[in-house]
Design a protein around this ligand. Structure first.
Ligand code: ATP
Length: 243
């Protein structure tokens, strides 16, 4: 369990208490500027100057050594920029840096991550030659190559076409069923409704709702937080939002 209690970041988050269960996909939702990226970065131990507590299995995340934290928590920020023009395979290999493993183990983890995101055919391509969606998959593969217990990703589905979006959502679900914790910032409320087990809704730096998707993303919550009257259509797992 990854947990925050009374988390406050000046001007960004106010007294946020939320739980992120292991073995589950949790979506963080909310309007622009609600504090979603700040909360995700805080969970990864990357936000200075906060008050409150962030604990992983009861131990403070801030107390972990950087390498240990990087092995346990894989973090993919929102801006998908890479300063160097590496090949996809080399970029994904950077995910192994926090480990001191054998070459064989590193190579196996890299190949597994490339395969999981369908990047085998692009492995030798330079990053500068990839499309936005291909680059987003390569960046996520770097995180998977670390084989972290926790995967925290800021809008990993946003740049992807429909087929890759569904494939990646299934992949993240499979990682959660292995017992890992998956926490995603998701703007698309239907994706959150259909693919998450647990949803945390932020509004103006505070938790507006949290719980199962049907509860946390009820029509009332959507009206209160997004100011839109909306109606869920379809069956559970295949919902669409009519505005
Ligand atoms: N480094 C910073 N210093 C000061 N304020 C910041 C900083 N980073 C973000 N903010 C502000 O904190 C608030 C929350 O930002 P955050 O990026 O967490 O929101 P978000 O919900 O992820 O938004 P979006 O959906 O637009 O990506 C915003 O008002 C933003 O302008």
């Amino acid at each position: 369990m990854l947990e925050v209690a009374g988390l406050t970041v000046p001007h960004r988050l106010r007294d946020v208490s939320a739980r992120f269960p292991s073995g589950r996909v949790t979506a963080i939702c909310g309007p622009n500027g609600a504090g979603k990226s700040t909360l995700l970065a805080a969970l990864a131990g990357l936000v200075p100057g906060l008050s409150g507590t962030i604990t992983l299995a009861g131990a403070p995340v801030g107390g972990m050594l950087p390498d240990e934290r990087a092995r346990r928590i894989g973090y993919l920020p929102q801006s998908g920029e890479v300063a160097w023009n590496l090949s996809v395979r080399t970029l994904v290999g950077l995910g192994r840096l926090p480990h001191r493993a054998s070459r064989a183990e590193d190579a196996e983890a890299v190949e597994e991550a490339l395969a999981a995101l369908g990047l085998g055919p692009l492995a030798e391509r330079a990053l500068s030659t990839l499309s936005g969606g291909e680059r987003a998959r390569a960046l996520l593969a770097r995180v998977l190559a670390t084989r972290p217990h926790w995967i925290l990703a800021d809008e990993p589905l946003a740049a992807l076409d429909l087929a890759h979006q569904q494939a990646l959502a299934r992949q993240l679900r499979a990682l959660a069923s292995e017992g890992r914790g998956v926490v995603l910032v998701v703007h698309d409320l239907a994706l959150a409704m259909n693919h998450a087990d647990h949803v945390v809704v932020l509004h103006e730096g505070r938790v507006a709702a949290q719980g199962r998707p049907e509860t946390a993303l009820s029509q009332q919550v959507i009206e209160d937080v997004w100011g839109m009257s909306a109606r869920w259509l379809g069956e559970p797992g295949h919902r669409a939002l009519a505005l």
